[in-house]
Design a protein around this ligand. Structure first.
Ligand code: OGA
Ligand code: MN
Length: 331
């Protein structure tokens, strides 16, 4: 059933029927509207008693719109809690910084030279040939850091480890804390790059020795159709849209459920106008948690342009896991 639904959305020959895809924006008006969707979508209220350390570029948790899926216990979606500047910051980090050595990228050594493989974004933007630019651009599909996932053995390896960026760690811990997972330790990340037309087939993330800690997923750029199924491929998955800025948490039972991205849909356009109307109050928030220069620069049109062009036809997903169990020091 999972594979059949995957195929239906992936189809190249015709436009797929999108009526069953859950769009959380349909539920943003009144609570009553939530009843429309078969009772699968429920509003979730996040109440925080303790004050939390906020990060620039994120709206106050009181303003977040969070949902859960009744048919998939453990899945939580926070509909774009970022400001426009916040989204730009993370997009720029994913493109400019995270794919650099010592982080690992998918680029094949037979097809790309060392400079491209060690600093993809820099080399891409030095490239003047249009076809070569496109080749380098669309070849980037993932980068890993923290504990690197070994795709061949499907294991994590103590020897294969790079540092986990402080800013991304703070970001994950903010969401973990707000949702009640104050012990969560971000230890491994995969950033997935999806040029329009690319997909991620059905799988379960079971390589982590710790299979109970939740998984945090951040989506930027173009919209994904995301399928969330059950623990077997027999169960029919639910299709949802993951849009730019959306945060998804796979906790509890859903942590070990099949999921996939059968399609990327081009819906987002760059929204420069939103920047002007946004009030990022820098005075009250800890700018030092981020790369301050980058956070400022993403508002400069010339600085932002290459990033804007990239996400104009691509999606970026940051997928963060805790690898170790509490009390383990090493693998
Ligand atoms: C993954 C994954 C989903 C996504 O990286 O394991 O499931 O939304 N990504 O891109
Ligand atoms: Mn996955």
């Amino acid at each position: 059933m999972f594979k059949l639904v995957f195929k239906q959305y992936k189809t190249k020959s015709s436009t797929p029927d999108l009526r069953d895809v859950i769009n959380f924006d349909d539920f943003e008006i009144t609570q009553n509207d939530l009843r429309q969707n078969d009772n699968n979508v429920q509003r979730l209220s996040i109440i925080n008693e303790k004050p939390i350390q906020m990060i620039p570029g994120i709206k106050s948790p009181n303003d977040w719109r969070s949902y859960k899926l009744t048919h998939h216990p453990g899945i939580v979606i926070i509909r774009n809690p970022f400001t426009e500047r916040g989204r730009r910051y993370w997009i720029a980090r994913c493109l400019r910084d995270y794919p650099r050595t010592p982080n690992v990228v998918n680029l094949n050594e037979r097809l790309f030279n060392d400079s491209v493989r060690s600093d993809w974004w820099k080399q891409l933007n030095l490239c003047s040939d249009k076809d070569e630019f496109q080749r380098i651009k669309t070849a980037m599909r993932w980068t890993t850091f923290g504990y690197h996932h070994n795709w061949d053995t499907k294991l994590y390896d103590e020897q294969m480890k790079s540092s986990f960026p402080e800013d991304l760690s703070s970001l994950c811990r903010l969401f973990a804390f707000t949702l009640g997972y104050s012990d969560f330790k971000p230890e491994a990340a995969i950033v997935n790059y999806y040029p329009v037309g690319s997909t991620l087939s059905g799988h379960v993330d079971h390589s982590e020795p710790n299979k109970t800690a939740p998984l945090f997923s951040f989506s930027f750029g173009q919209t994904a159709i995301f399928l969330i199924g059950g623990t077997t491929l027999e169960e029919k998955p639910t299709a949802i849209y993951l849009q730019s800025g959306d945060v998804m948490i796979m906790s509890g039972e859903s942590r070990l459920c099949y999921h996939a991205v059968p399609r990327i849909i081009k819906t987002q356009r760059d929204s420069t106008s939103m920047l002007a109307s946004e009030q990022d109050d820098d005075s009250e928030i800890e700018l030092k948690l981020l790369d301050t220069a980058l956070f400022k620069n993403v508002c400069e049109p010339t600085f932002w342009e290459p990033f804007s062009n990239y996400v104009d036809d691509s999606r970026i997903n940051i997928n963060v896991r805790q690898v170790l169990n509490l009390g383990d020091f090493k693998l």
